[in-house]
Write a protein that binds this ligand. Structure first.
Ligand code: SF4
Ligand code: SF4
Length: 174
């Protein structure tokens, strides 16, 4: 009996989470990269006090404050712009401590038309810069970058480290 109750409770809980996730995607689609450890968008906008403490403690000043104009309900909340200043996936994690392997701030893509290793040059700067290491970004036998979405936290370090302009790597909202 207890097993059945636990089964129904866990199935119902999963369903509720899925419904909440889909509702949020419809009602409040993601528009900004949030700092690591941020709750889902609606809960985050509701819970954030706009105190700015996370902005002050970030050691690389990667966290920005959403301006009043253009931010709507999110005005004053913290966000990241990984194309200009990457999060360095530090141990301090400004918002809340969650394991880094549960963080996926963005989805990384590689443009092989731009990456110089696909034109016969040696590089690998992005992989050497990645704070997570080979679990997130490795190089194959020919020196081409290999993205590992399951390990990538979406910090953007590789995007800003890439030697091409524009970068051969791009982060999109997860
Ligand atoms: S692959 Fe890039 S975005 Fe992903 S963790 Fe490494 S540096 Fe960050
Ligand atoms: S840094 Fe840029 S050009 Fe160099 S290997 Fe990485 S993606 Fe390719």
């Amino acid at each position: 009996m207890n097993d059945r109750r636990a089964f129904f409770q866990s199935t119902f809980g999963r369903l509720l989470n899925e419904v909440a996730k889909r509702t949020e995607e419809r009602v409040a689609p993601k528009r900004w990269f949030r700092p690591p450890g941020a709750a889902p968008e609606m809960a985050f906008v509701a819970a954030c006090t706009r105190c700015g403490d996370c902005i002050d403690v970030c050691p690389v000043h990667a966290i920005l404050k959403m301006p009043a104009n253009g931010g709507g309900l999110a005005a004053g909340t913290p966000y990241l712009d990984p194309t200009t200043r990457a999060c360095i996936a530090c141990e301090d994690m400004a918002l809340t401590k969650v394991p880094w392997d549960t963080v996926h701030m963005g989805v990384l893509e590689l443009d092989p038309q731009r990456c110089i290793t696909f034109q016969g040059a040696e590089c690998g700067v992005c992989a050497r810069a990645c704070p997570i290491g080979e679990r997130a970004l490795a190089l194959d036998d020919r020196g081409h970058p290999v993205l590992k979405p399951e390990g990538c936290v979406g910090c953007g370090v590789c995007v800003t480290a890439c030697v091409t302009s524009p970068s051969s790597l791009k982060l999109s909202l997860a």
